[in-house]
Ligand binder design. Structure first.
Ligand code: SAM
Ligand code: SF4
Length: 337
C-alpha cells in the first residue's frame, strides 16, 4: 500500500500509524563469535571497509533521525565491540539534541575492557547475549571460547549501574533448554532481566530452527514449573518482550516471541545496516539506501526527508512462519540484530 507522506511532519510514523522512535544501528557486519543460530562457521563475505559507514556518517544519519522524532539508538552488529573505538561513536551520538537513550547489544566478550570509556561517552543501557552458563556448551553454541569474559562483562555492566541489564538467551531444544530454570533463578537475587528468545530462521539455520524451536509458551511453562510467576511491567524501554517475575525477585524473566506471538503491531523501530541502508523490517527486503545520497552531499534535512518518505514502504508485519524460510529473509548478523 502506498500512502502520501507529509514531509513537514516532525515525527516519523508509518502507513499503519505506528510512531517510529527507535533506530537500531549496525556498526559492523563482523563478529568474534559464530553462534550456531546466527552465522555460519565460515564462507561469509564481509563488507569492504569503504562500504561501511564511518562514525561521522552514522552520526549524520542519527542527527537526521533525531529531527524526525527518533529518541532511542541501539548500537548492534555483528558484534559492535569489535569495531575500534566504539566510544567515539557513542560520544558523537550523545551530543545530538533529541537523542535521550543510547543502548548497546553485545556478546560482552570485549565489554569489560571497553566499559568505562563507553559509559563516560554516554552509554546508558546494555543487552548481553548469553545462551548458556556452561563453558563447554558456550564453545559449542558460539563456536568460540569466551564464557569467562562474558560473565566478567555482565558483572562490570551491573557494577557500572548500566541498568537494567538484560540478558538475551536464545532457547534451543537439546542444546540449552535444560538451563531455562537456572537462568530464571538468576533473576531472584540480581536486578537482571533474563529474556528468552525463540530461535528465528536465518541463514542456513533452518534445520536447527525446525528441530530446536521452543515456543515462548513452553518456555514460560518451564519457568512456572520452578515457582509461581506473575506478569510484571518490565523495565522501561521500548522492548518487544513480555515480562514475568517470581515473588520477591529483584529481576524478571521475559519472553520474546517473534514467531508465536509476533510484536509487529507494536513495532516502533527501523534499522540502519553497516553499509548504510535503512531497513524497514528485520525480515523483509524493503530498504532505502542512505549512503549514496549522504556521500553525494545530502544535507541533514534531505536525509530526514528520505527517512520520512521511507515510512511508506514499512510493511505491516513479517510473514515468517515456524519452519519456513523466506527468500527475502535477512540474517540478524547482516542487518544488525
Ligand atoms: N553480537 C551482539 C549480540 O550477540 O548480542 C549483537 C548482534 S546479535 C545478532 C543481536 C541479538 O540477535 C542477540 O541477542 C542474538 O542472540 C539474537 N539472534 C541472532 N540470531 C538469532 C536467531 N536466529 N534467532 C533468535 N535470535 C537471534
Ligand atoms: Fe555474533 Fe551476536 Fe551473531 Fe552471536 S548472535 S554470532 S555474537 S552477531
Amino acid at each position: 500500500m502506498i500512502t502520501t507522506v507529509d514531509l513537514t511532519r516532525e515525527s516519523l510514523s508509518d502507513a499503519f500509524n505506528r510512531p517510529i522512535t527507535y533506530l537500531r544501528v549496525s556498526v559492523t557486519d563482523k563478529c568474534n563469535l559464530r553462534c550456531v543460530y546466527c552465522m555460519p562457521e565460515s564462507g561469509l563475505t564481509w563488507l569492504r571497509r569503504d562500504e561501511v559507514l564511518s562514525y561521522e556518517e552514522i552520526v549524520e544519519i542519527v542527527r537526521a533521525a533525531a529531527r524526525v522524532g527518533v529518541r532511542t539508538i541501539r548500537l548492534t552488529g555483528g558484534e559492535p565491540l569489535v569495531r575500534r573505538d566504539l566510544h567515539r561513536l557513542v560520544a558523537g551520538i550523545n551530543a545530538i539534541d533529541g537523542i535521550d537513550d543510547i543502548a548497546l547489544s553485545t556478546n560482552a566478550v570485549l565489554l569489560e575492557e571497553q566499559l568505562d570509556a563507553l559509559v563516560a561517552a554516554g552509554l546508558r543501557r546494555v543487552n548481553i547475549s548469553l545462551d548458556t552458563l556452561r563453558p563447554d556448551r558456550f564453545e559449542r553454541i558460539a563456536r568460540r571460547p569466551g564464557l569467562d569474559g562474558v560473565l566478567r562483562g555482565i558483572d562490570a555492566a551491573v557494577a557500572a549501574g548500566l541498568g537494567p541489564v538484560k540478558l538475551n538467551c536464545v532457547v534451543m531444544r537439546g542444546q540449552n533448554d535444560d538451563e531455562i530454570g537456572e537462568f530464571a533463578q538468576l533473576t531472584r537475587e540480581r536486578a537482571v532481566y533474563v529474556r528468552f528468545i525463540e530461535v528465528m530462521p536465518v541463514h542456513e539455520n533452518l534445520e536447527l530452527q525446525r528441530n530446536a524451536y521452543v515456543s515462548s509458551d513452553e518456555i514460560l511453562e518451564r519457568v512456572a514449573a520452578v515457582d509461581r510467576i506473575e506478569p510484571v511491567p518490565g523495565p522501561p524501554g521500548n522492548g518487544p518482550a513480555r515480562y514475568f517475575a517470581f515473588p520477591g525477585a529483584l529481576g524478571a524473566v521475559g519472553v520474546i516471541s517473534p514467531l508465536s506471538h509476533d510484536y509487529c503491531e507494536r513495532c516502533n523501530r527501523v534499522r540502519l545496516t553497516a553499509d548504510g541502508r535503512l531497513r524497514l523490517c528485520l525480515f523483509g527486503d524493503q530498504h532505502v539506501d542512505l549512503r549514496t545520497p549522504l556521500r553525494a552531499g545530502a544535507s541533514t534535512a534531505e536525509i530526514a526527508g528520505l527517512l520520512t518518505a521511507s515510512m511508506a514502504i514499512k510493511p505491516e508485519r513479517h510473514h515468517l512462519r515456524l519452519g519456513e524460510a523466506s527468500s527475502r529473509m535477512r540474517a540478524f548478523s547482516e542487518i544488525g540484530g
